[in-house]
Design a protein around this ligand. Structure first.
Ligand code: MTE
Ligand code: MO
Length: 242
């Protein structure tokens, strides 16, 4: 059995972990899982059932396994940054030819995108189709001139929170640093003024109160990754725990 991850701020995740361990351990595993599955389906609401039936353009199911649709983000907490536009700085650095620091006005001068994305929290909720405005990580990478040896991107946030994403996934079109959701600034609890967004990995990879984007050769597992969560975090493979 795997070591139990640290769940101090995530009682819901603790419950689902314990349930999973129980199911895996139960002698009549298949029967229990089938029964659990039936109950789960009964409880699933309309949005969830619809999303399960939908396909993404990449052919994957709109809803990753084990997820339920919520109509809005839950506030998942974290150590808040200052949250204001005036003091905001974004440091783009690491193995790059030209590191730079942007203030908020500087961020707005770069090429902007506005695109819809679905997000999936490891605790089991997903929020579908919100509209995010911001700057792609690939735009930052290009401007900084990342070296050919770079393999990972470290998103840095207030109070030392970090999270690591493989370079290819961090520079995919869906990944960005964002300052507007559905046309509105992010409330402080959701990462104002600017957060990372890597929607195709579990939501802990989307750092709130973003302060830096670092391009690196060697991987640097981040806050949750060193506390028992999966290093990669693909929701379709249920890479929840390490
Ligand atoms: N800086 C920072 N970013 C963070 C976190 C955090 O604790 N600190 N928590 C992560 C986790 S575990 C999740 S699920 C999402 C939650 O975002 P939300 O509170 O906007 O729903 O933010 C992620 N980004
Ligand atoms: Mo989370």
């Amino acid at each position: 059995m795997a070591d139990r991850p640290l769940f101090d701020r995530y009682p819901e995740a603790a419950k689902s972990w314990d349930r999973r361990q129980f199911l895996q351990t139960a002698a009549a595993g298949t029967v229990v899982v089938a029964l659990g599955g039936a109950l789960w389906r009964l409880a699933a609401d309309d949005l969830t059932r619809k999303a399960r039936a939908e396909k993404r353009s990449d052919g994957r199911s709109r809803l990753p396994p084990g997820q339920r649709v919520l109509s809005k983000f839950r506030n998942m907490g974290g150590d808040e940054g200052p949250g204001d536009v005036k003091s905001f700085r974004l440091r783009v650095h690491g193995a790059v030819a030209s590191p730079f620091t942007l203030d908020y006005a500087g961020l707005l001068k770069l090429p902007q995108v506005e695109q819809a994305a679905d997000v999936h929290c490891v605790t089991g909720w997903s929020c579908l189709g919100s509209l995010f405005k911001g700057v792609r990580v690939s735009t930052l990478a290009e401007k900084a001139g990342v070296k050919g040896t770079v393999r990972h991107v470290i998103f840095e946030a207030a109070h030392g929170y970090t999270t690591n994403v493989p370079f290819a996934e961090a520079t995919a079109p869906a990944a960005m640093v964002t300052y507007r959701m559905n046309g509105k600034p992010f409330p402080i609890e959701h990462g104002a003024p600017v957060r990372g967004l890597v929607p195709d990995l579990y939501f802990w990879k989307s750092a709130k109160w973003l302060t830096g984007v670092k391009f690196v050769v060697d991987d640097e597992p981040g806050y949750w990754e060193v506390r028992g969560y999966h290093n990669h975090a693909d929701p379709w493979r249920e890479e929840r725990y390490g």
